[in-house]
Design a protein around this ligand. Structure first.
Ligand SMILES: C[C@@H](N)C(=O)N[C@H](C)C(=O)O
Ligand code: ZN
Length: 215
């Protein structure tokens, strides 16, 4: 029997031009991936939370939204491409199996067990100021341990650039967690509100299921 997600009827809304303190950088569209659009969509409730975070940012600071709702086609493409990259880099099949769930979720055709971005409740994002994206220590989608959210925590010998990255990751985490989002320990850029990992972290019921309009 299909699980009833209590906010499943909530619409996806466009984030393009939604706030002067928020920009979109639809990375997968810009990389020419299949199933992408030159816009970024999120569940209305998730979008409202991000708009509230953006509104409280200091002058000159912005949120940069990199990816939100993701089609099955795009999730499949990223998954397949990343497995191929890991194999090319010489990673063992055991290492790939262990690391993939943290870096790229398995593409699901079951709306009751969706990959996080298929729900429209997961967001990849960063912070920017007048000079550009803030230092975070790695690029977006750098699938190495340096991207782990806590990578710089507990390290005593940090360069000035690494200290900046640690502090900026902390800033983003604080903003997101204060608004009720949950983080992905493997990726400093990935947060969610209302999907399965959020439900597990908050001892709540998952609010949103997948939106899988494709074959
Ligand atoms: C692919 C990356 N940007 C991402 O979103 N990873 C998480 C784990 C996902 O695919 O849900
Ligand atoms: Zn993500």
């Amino acid at each position: 029997m299909q699980q009833a997600f209590i906010k499943q009827s909530e619409p996806l809304v466009s984030m393009a031009g939604s706030s002067s303190k928020m920009t979109i950088y639809p990375s997968y569209f810009l990389q020419g991936m299949p199933g992408t659009a030159e816009d970024l969509f999120l569940r209305k409730g998730v979008a409202d939370k991000l708009l509230a975070i953006a509104a409280q940012l200091p002058e000159g600071r912005k949120l940069v939204l990199i990816d939100g709702w993701r089609s099955l086609e795009t999730q499949r493409f990223i998954y397949t491409q990343t497995v191929a990259q890991f194999r090319k880099a010489g990673h063992s099949e055991e290492k790939i199996k262990k690391e993939m769930p943290g870096f790229v979720a398995y593409p699901s055709t079951d709306p009751a067990k969706p990959a996080p971005h298929q729900t429209g409740a997961a967001i990849d994002l960063t912070l920017a100021d007048e000079k550009g994206w803030l230092e975070m220590g790695t690029d977006f989608d750098d699938f190495t341990e340096v991207a782990y959210l806590d990578y710089y925590e507990g390290k005593t010998e940090l360069s000035p650039k690494e200290r900046q990255a640690r502090d900026n990751r902390r800033r983003l985490k604080q903003l997101m967690e204060d608004a009720g989002f949950t983080h992905n320990p493997s990726e400093w850029w990935h947060y969610s509100y209302g999907d399965r990992s959020w439900a597990q972290a908050h001892h709540e019921t998952q609010l949103y299921g997948g939106i899988v309009p494709e074959r």
